[in-house]
Design a protein around this ligand. Structure first.
Ligand code: SAH
Length: 209
């Protein structure tokens, strides 16, 4: 899988290639879907949610320039797979907090992370559109569910010079993976990366239930 992602240009940064090699994706999917873990497709993880395709995850992580020691907030833990990749990228000297609104999925993600040696990633149950003020300011924020925009509390909790990535658009279609960099004074400089398709971000500053 990693060789394919490199060949097709989704993976370029050595630290990210290494992270993809280390994290066992089959440990983050339901056991009945293990045989598909290394194919380039999204997979169901229950509760109507999905783990994104490896190429989409590669694109997201390449766009965010993650480095050792950073403090990262992920919104949408799901399986915990993306959180494990974040943990590899920032290392133990960094901090990874991942928020999930569905308690059943938070437990699934937390257990997968513990079993694979990433038990130090903090999984928090709650509405990630409101962020996690105790850990702010964040160097990086990733939203892994489609959002109507960049939620204001998350913009507030992003460091100046920090980056936030999100699939912005409607859950019926037309979503784009966008990365916002926070400038001095609080303005955002937004770059569009790629069309994409994610499950909806449901919360106070996301879509309504
Ligand atoms: N990053 C995950 C995939 C996430 S799927 C992985 O690697 O497997 C999107 C997830 O976002 C779902 O689990 C969904 O329940 C969660 N979600 C949706 N709205 C949310 C919100 N407001 N706060 C936290 N999690 C949310």
């Amino acid at each position: 899988m990693v060789e394919e992602l490199v060949r097709w240009g989704y993976l370029r940064t050595p630290s990210l290639i290494e992270a993809f090699r280390r994290v066992p994706r089959e440990e983050f999917v339901p056991s009945s879907l293990r045989k598909y873990a290394y194919e380039d497709h999204p997979l169901s993880i229950g509760y109507g949610q999905t783990i994104s395709a490896p190429s989409m995850i590669a694109l997201m992580l390449e766009s965010l320039d993650l480095r050792k020691g950073q403090k990262v907030l992920e919104v949408g833990t799901g399986s915990g797979y993306n959180a494990a990749l974040l943990a590899e990228l920032v290392g133990r000297e960094g901090r990874v907090v991942s928020m999930e609104r569905l308690p059943g999925l938070a437990s699934f993600g937390r257990e997968n992370l513990r079993r694979t040696g990433y038990g130090w990633v903090e999984v928090v149950v709650g509405d990630g559109t409101c962020g996690y003020p105790p850990g702010a300011p964040w160097d990086r924020i990733l939203i892994t569910a489609c959002s109507p925009g960049f939620p204001p509390p998350l913009v507030e909790q992003l460091k100046v010079g920090g980056r936030m990535g999100a699939p912005v658009g409607h859950f019926y279609g037309g979503q784009v993976w966008k990365v916002a960099e926070k400038k001095e004074g609080g303005d955002l400089r937004v770059e569009n990366y790629s069309p994409c398709s994610f499950v909806p971000l449901v919360g106070k500053y996301g879509w309504k239930e």
